[in-house]
Write a protein that binds this ligand. Sequence first.
Ligand code: NHR
Ligand code: GAR
Length: 215
Amino acid sequence: MKNIVILISGRGSNMEAMIAARDAGRLPVNIVAVISNRPDAAGLETAQRSGIEAHYIDHKAFVGREAFDAALAECIDGYRPDLVVLAGFMRILTEGFVRRYEGRLMNIHPSLLPAFPGLHTHRRALEEGVRIHGCTVHFVTPTLDHGPVIIQAAVPVLDGDDEDSLSARILEQEHRIYPQAVRWFAEDKLSLEAGRVRLALDAATPAALVAPEVR
Ligand code: NHR
Ligand code: GAR
């Protein structure tokens, strides 16, 4: 089984979704560590309660991104992970860090990329008046929120939505598609080849992904 390290900054609900999927036998990975850049991240306690080693590396204790990323990489590499998963991780990573984990570093971003890269995606989607919004799992490249797309999910934007209602609708989809992406990686169905996503699925799967309620 592959080893994964999860990086968080806060609540850690995407991390929880992976722990739940693992416990339910739907995610064949060893979650070997959870690391936060914030000492007060609620997800650290959640991880510990599940018996997962949890660490924080406070970015405020470092001068510059290079020094923080070096400490982060040292902690990660101690676990020899096959895959590093950004799950609500809120620090931009240096090019050197990203290259070190090329093809084995994933992120979930709360928009349908390439729309709304960066922060405050739900507020911006509401301001723009888009009718469809969603989330994207992608391999991380040095250019922020521009890496090759692995899986996406779309939700409607409803009249009367605010940031809370919209983010809740999307979070439900995040918890579905992120474990799915990690599962494909764990099963060697997913890889990054020459900057493109290679996804080897059987014929029925793509339709089930677009309409997951049809099973
Ligand atoms: N690093 C690289 N090189 N490439 C990506 O695609 C990355 C990345 C690091 C994080 C997640 C990303 C997201 O899904 C991610 C993708 C943080 C910021 C940000 O502006 C932007 C995008 C993402 C994560 N962070 C501020 C910073 O100065 C801090 C903001 C805060 O602490 O609240 O690093 O959206
Ligand atoms: C999620 O919505 C995730 O997509 C988003 O933050 C939330 C984290 O929730 N990520 C980013 O905005 C990255 N910049 P979680 O901690 O409960 O998983």
